[in-house]
Design a binder for this molecule. Structure first.
Ligand SMILES: Nc1ncnc2c1ncn2[C@@H]1O[C@H](COP(=O)(O)OP(=O)(O)O)[C@@H](O)[C@H]1O
Ligand SMILES: [Mg+2]
Length: 269
């Protein structure tokens, strides 16, 4: 086994990054029976809270920052369910940059640290998902360098592609400047607001920008139930729950198709 590592990205907050990282990890590990590691690279720790709540975990006693400081990320892996592990984040992680600068002189060493520490963990998983904060920062740089693929979130109701476009140009920069070896897995439209529908013009622009094959056919609808899970944890009881799960099961199916394609033709085609 060598995990495919996927970062979920967009340089805007509140566009659904964390929800998508958490839910795809959840469906892969439950419905698809895959070994998954979810890494929380956001000091706000929203993904960690949501996963803990969903699995009935009362206290999170590990943090990714300790793993970075000790140089061993396996020491901060938390078992969540049979197939799902979590590396949690906490507010103390806000000092990540200070730590990197004191530890490493060169840019490239600072942003490649996570890649280095993740390597020995890859044999234990089918998939590794990384949830990042919405900033150009040492968190997102480290995630980009460590990942094989990026899943870009598109705000499908906004006329502007801003968050996704900035992300792509930054991806290009990191690739040119530091030889990042990352492939765009696809652009996933997410509906932010209730009662909305997909803005066709935005999706067409995204298709022009990224190519038709790179824009997901599935769209993450706005569902109150998905929001409610922030409070209750992920449930699977009534038909609203089932409907919410199905959205991400369909997305996982499409991720699988895309991965199979890249495995066949090689990344960067
Ligand atoms: N598809 C959705 N339907 C309803 N609410 C959603 C959906 N996706 C995300 N949310 C809610 O929107 C807010 C922001 O989502 P989040 O995933 O935290 O965004 P980000 O990580 O990009 O900041 C959260 O309260 C979350 O529960
Ligand atoms: Mg988030």
């Amino acid at each position: 086994m060598s995990a495919k590592t996927i970062v979920v990205g967009n340089f805007k907050g509140g566009v659904g990054k964390t929800k998508v990282s958490v839910m795809t990890s959840w469906e892969y590990s439950t419905v698809y029976n895959k070994k998954v590691l979810l890494i929380d690279m956001d000091p706000q720790g929203n993904a960690s809270t949501m996963i803990a709540r969903s699995a009935g975990i009362q206290t999170i006693d590990k943090t990714i920052f300790d793993g970075f400081k000790s140089g061993d990320l396996s020491s901060v892996v938390m078992k969540v369910t049979e197939n799902l592990d979590l590396i949690p984040a906490a507010v103390s992680f806000k000092n990540f940059s200070k730590f990197l600068y004191s530890e490493f002189k060169e840019d490239i060493d600072q942003i490649s640290y996570m890649k280095k520490l993740l390597e020995p963990l890859k044999k234990d998983y089918d998939y590794i998902f990384i949830d990042v904060p919405p900033t150009i920062s040492d968190y997102s740089d480290n995630a980009m360098m460590a990942a094989d693929y990026v899943l870009i979130i598109l705000q499908a109701q906004e006329l502007s592609l801003e968050g996704a476009e900035t992300y792509v140009s930054y991806l290009q920069f990191i690739t040119d400047e530091y030889n990042a070896d990352i492939q765009v897995l696809g652009v996933l439209p997410v509906l932010l607001r209730a009662g909305g529908r997909v803005d066709q013009i935005t999706v067409e622009r995204a298709i022009e920008l990224f190519g038709e094959d790179n824009v997901f056919k599935n769209v993450i609808k706005h569902l109150e139930r998905l929001k409610a899970w922030d409070i209750t944890g992920i449930k699977n009881v009534d038909h609203h729950d089932k409907k919410a799960h199905q959205i991400f099961i369909d997305v996982v199916d499409e991720i699988e198709e895309k991965l199979a394609h890249f495995e066949e033709v090689g990344r960067h085609e």
